[in-house]
Design a protein around this ligand. Structure first.
Ligand SMILES: Cc1cc2nc3c(=O)[nH]c(=O)nc-3n(C[C@H](O)[C@H](O)[C@H](O)COP(=O)(O)OP(=O)(O)OC[C@H]3O[C@@H](n4cnc5c(N)ncnc54)[C@H](O)[C@@H]3O)c2cc1C
Length: 470
């Protein structure tokens, strides 16, 4: 769109009008994540003192999805004016509060998708996720990003015998399909061998395969710095309160600090999508998760944890945790959703990431002692614990592409607890749609990610498969 201001766009102001929508991010406070303990100097960045009156592209949301979309727009040579607007500090949402685990999910949803949609569609998602590990390694090296990126093996562990047997059947089914990427997966069955490979007590089976870990806040803030230097206008602490149509086909993006007339609007708002796009209210539901950092006292030297993990403990309920070891010996671990699942009010349709999940807040206190061989007397304890809000998708898949019925608006949201191995290349695909005018199908993104009227309406109609509470 052009650079001149329009009559129907009110002038930008720097007023501090209160934001009232209950679906917008709450004011930050308390409950700080380990990653955000030492804030980057650009956390509160505003590239210009006042908002631009016009911008060819406005990206709403300064997490992984918004920042990655902006990065790819510039990488593809976009000459458009681009403004990224974030309600709070940069990377203060789920990305700044997650587990830092970039693990393609070969055992959870891929077999389910192969069953539901066939081998080609299911395995295309697996390949897309796997491609992230190398794509992120490449950008970290290209842009020299200091974010503790580690190329690692993830160890999936099953401590319950029935679950181990089911995992073995899944492994054999996946190998039976002749999927090339299964060459990277090593499966170990039987307690003695699985405990030996994983170091986890009571392990009945485990797999290992390639994954990545990183310090997500450092990764995003480095990119924020690059984008700012390369001419992107970044405006933190600026909640978008509405996106309304103009007669000339553009959109007015309103904030308490003024308005921006935009040619295109990208919703990278994840858990908060429904505040600006109410048609997605049933499709992307804000759900809280819990994560913590564990450390041992000085002088304590438990066995070094080398790999990242998904640990499925036995018991009723059986608890799943993701775990990332840090170079300094610290551990980041979270999950435990089956512990807090019955307490809906503590996590479901809840955007308050300043309040811990009461029913799970003590769960990880002796997690290392309980599960890891040699950690019994380590003195390991939780040093930081926090929550974050995910955008749970009704049918389990993110929504990426053109917002149906709203020309010029695009979405990249709904990443559940699993955005790290999906967002980077989804953002690249979305950027290709914007810069090159490609159709979704031409971008190479898995079809399951495409947002459609049908998907939106299916969720609006009710629980017919894919119910997130099922
Ligand atoms: C506790 C926890 C642990 C997790 N662990 C992992 C993990 O180990 N591996 C993994 O793959 N995934 C994990 N996830 C999920 C992962 O963090 C998300 O999928 C991913 O970060 C989503 O990125 P995003 O940019 O879409 O969302 P966000 O990072 O939430 O970014 C959205 C941004 O939009 C802003 N925003 C929203 N509405 C507006 C508005 N109206 N105006 C302006 N700004 C707005 C928000 O403030 C926010 O900063 C975890 C999530 C949580 C909560």
């Amino acid at each position: 769109m052009g650079a001149s201001s329009s009559d129907n766009v009110p002038n930008a102001t720097n007023g501090d009008a209160p934001v009232t929508s209950s679906a917008l991010p709450v004011a930050s406070g308390g409950n700080t994540s380990f990653w955000r303990k030492n804030l980057h100097e650009l956390d509160d960045l505003r590239s210009t003192e006042i908002l631009p009156e016009t911008s060819d592209v406005v990206i709403v949301g300064g997490g992984y999805a918004g920042v990655a979309t902006a990065y790819h727009l510039l990488e593809l040579g976009s000459t458009a004016s681009i403004t990224l607007v974030e309600a709070r500090g940069a990377c203060s949402g789920a990305t700044g509060r997650n587990g830092g685990h970039m693990r393609p999910d070969l055992y959870g949803h891929i077999p389910k998708y192969i069953k539901r949609f066939g081998l080609e569609i299911g395995s295309s998602l697996a390949e897309f996720e796997i491609a992230h590990v190398q794509a992120i390694k490449a950008v970290v090296e290209k842009e020299k990003i200091d974010c503790e990126f580690t190329l690692t093996r993830t160890t999936d562990v099953w401590c319950d015998q029935d679950a181990a047997d089911r995992a073995k059947a899944v492994y054999e089914m996946m190998v039976g399909h002749g999927l090339k990427y299964m060459d990277d997966v090593h499966f170990t069955y039987g307690q003695k061998a699985a405990e030996g490979v994983s170091g986890i007590k009571n392990a009945k089976a485990c797999t290992t395969y390639t994954a990545g870990t990183m310090f997500p806040y450092k990764f995003i803030l480095h990119l924020v710095g690059l984008l700012h230097k390369r001419g992107l206008n970044i405006q933190t602490h600026t909640p978008v309160t509405s996106v309304t149509p103009n007669e000339d086909g553009s959109w007015t993006v309103s904030t308490p600090r003024g308005h921006i007339k935009a040619g295109k609007v990208v919703h990278a708002t994840n858990a908060y999508t429904k505040a600006l796009l109410p048609e997605y209210a049933k499709n992307i539901v804000p759900c809280k998760g819990i994560c913590c950092h564990i450390a041992v006292p000085q002088g304590s030297t438990p066995p070094h944890v080398q790999n990242s993990f998904i640990i499925r403990e036995s018991g009723n309920p059986s608890v799943l945790s993701y775990l990332v070891p840090r170079g300094d010996g610290g551990i980041v671990v979270g999950g435990a959703s089956s512990i807090f699942r019955p307490h809906l009010e503590q996590w479901y349709d809840n955007i308050d990431d300043t309040v811990l999940i009461e029913s799970a807040k003590d769960y990880y206190e002796s997690f290392m002692q309980k599960n890891f061989r040699g950690w019994e007397d380590s003195g390991a304890r939780v040093t930081d614990i926090w929550t974050g809000v995910m955008g749970y998708s009704w049918d389990s898949n993110p929504h990426v592409g053109h917002v149906p019925g709203k020309e010029g608006q695009l979405i990249i949201s709904g990443f559940n607890g699993h955005g790290m191995p999906i967002i980077w290349l989804a953002a690249k695909g979305l950027a290709e749609m914007i810069v090159r005018g490609k159709g979704f199908e031409e971008t190479g993104m898995p079809l399951l990610l495409k947002t459609t009227k049908e998907r939106i309406e299916r969720a609006q109609k009710g629980p017919e498969g894919g119910d997130i509470l099922a």
